[in-house]
Design a protein around this ligand. Structure first.
Ligand SMILES: *Cc1c(COP(=O)(O)O)cnc(C)c1O
Length: 434
């Protein structure tokens, strides 16, 4: 069921060498091929991005940076990492890139270690309202070794910016706490981020502005969201979400002094040997992002998200902030039926072949394991070639499944079975690209 002959051949070989692992990967390939992926942080990479990871580059220790390694034999690794850095800089119009972070969280760890001492204060969004755990969760490094203070959204229903960032509050929090760093960029925020406004607040209180664009990086590169440059001092991101690359992290800056500190903080500060096979794959993905067709992809992701949120609102659901500017939406299920929870919705939809995650909505009275909402995103379905008319179909399926679930197990079982068949047919007609 793999979507490319070479990938399929690789998988066949793996099955012959290790039937147990090969079989499980084949099952997962089948699951991805036949279900609708609406998890906002996921995507489907190209065969080229996938294959670059499965190469001999994994054999090599290349601690250090191009031209300054701690091991011999790095000549091709130097060239590959240099290429990845150059493409990363070209994508964002930035001067310096570090492509070694193993993940988004590790990119954030390095960026914070570069600019702060243990115990220093930084400011970020209230975590349960869309922040990431690496932005100050108590048991995460960011909350254990630094002191987070949080800024809120507008929680007043009557306010024109209800559920959007309260920039006056950002300023108030920062002027009072005088953080070393001000973080913006989120995991579940459906609206444009005003980086210029954040920078003016950072300047006013003497903070370094860090934009964690893990979710929206692909939209930025594709011109579908304003760029954090030249406003942010540091930009961190993942490479596996809207950038459609391998799992990993990336840090960018225009400031040479900050770039030096970041390099030290990544290695040897936070990591040992870089994953050179992943860095090669990042280079392939960045090359794809620089192709003209990526612009069209990014704008289609946003058009599809607007279409999906519109189609859900038409059916009685509420999207927080009234819709979306980017690739994701937070759907408040209570507007459709007070009894609906995010946990039930996630479980029921998975039975129908529609994959998403429960998510708290701003000011959610329900606990994180239950929630009143689901987060839906369009990066993966857009990669699969789906368009705005398909979004109406998907919204219809979601409503059928959730309505049936409210009636009882019998109704739910029947509806999931029916929708699952329709989902599989749509997926078969729109295969994953090679
Ligand atoms: C996904 C995400 C990350 C972390 O990515 P991992 O690769 O899972 O560590 C960091 N910041 C934000 C805002 C994210 O959404």
């Amino acid at each position: 069921m793999a979507h490319n002959a070479t990938v399929a051949g690789t998988l066949e070989y793996l099955r012959s060498r290790d039937p147990k692992v090969g079989e499980l990967i084949a099952l997962e390939a089948g699951r991805q091929a036949s279900t609708i992926e609406l998890i906002a942080s996921e995507n489907h990479v190209s065969a080229a991005v996938m294959l670059a990871m499965g190469t001999c580059l994994t054999n090599k220790y290349a601690e250090g940076y191009p031209g300054a390694r701690y091991y011999g034999g790095c000549v091709h690794h130097d060239a590959l990492e240099t290429l990845a850095r150059e493409r990363a800089c070209a994508m964002f119009g930035a001067r310096f890139a570090n492509v070694q972070p193993h993940s988004g969280a590790q990119a954030n760890q390095a960026a914070m270690m570069a600019m702060m001492e243990p115990g220093d204060t930084f400011a970020s969004l209230v975590l349960k309202d869309g922040g990431h755990l690496s932005h100050g969760m108590k048991i995460n490094f960011s909350g254990r070794f630094f002191r987070p203070v949080h800024y809120p959204l507008h929680y007043d229903k009557a306010h024109a910016d209800y559920e959007r960032i309260d920039y006056d509050a950002v300023r108030r929090v920062c002027l009072e706490a005088r953080p070393k760093m001000l973080l913006c960029g989120y995991s579940a925020y459906p609206r444009v981020i005003d980086f210029a406004k954040f920078r003016s607040i950072a300047d006013e209180c003497g903070a370094v502005l860090m934009a964690d664009v893990a979710h929206i990086a692909g939209l930025i590169v594709g011109g579908a969201h304003p760029s954090p440059f030249p406003h942010a001092h540091i930009v961190t991101t993942t490479t596996h979400k809207t950038l459609r690359g391998p799992r990993g992290g990336l840090i960018l800056t225009n400031d040479e002094e900050i770039a030096k500190k970041i390099d030290k903080a990544v290695f040897p500060g936070a990591q040992g040997g870089p994953l050179m096979h992943v860095i090669a794959s990042k280079a392939v993905a960045f090359g794809e992002c620089l192709e003209p067709s990526f612009k069209e992809y990014a704008s289609r992701v946003v058009r599809n998200a607007k279409a999906l949120s519109g189609a859900l609102m038409k059916r009685g659901y509420r999207c927080t902030t009234g819709g979306t500017d980017n690739h994701l939406m937070l759907v408040d299920l209570r507007a459709r039926a007070e009894a609906l929870t995010g946990a039930d919705a996630e479980k029921w939809l998975e039975r129908a072949g529609i994959i998403c995650n429960k998510n708290g909505i701003p000011d959610d009275p329900r606990p994180p394991r239950v929630t009143s909402g689901v987060r839906l995103g369009t990066p993966a379905v857009t990669t699969r070639g789906l368009n705005e008319s398909h979004m109406d179909t998907i919204a219809g399926w979601i409503d059928r499944v959730l309505s049936a679930g409210l009636k009882g197990e019998n109704e739910l079982a029947g509806e999931c079975e029916a929708v699952r068949r329709e989902v599989a047919a749509l997926c078969a007609a729109n295969p994953l690209p090679s």
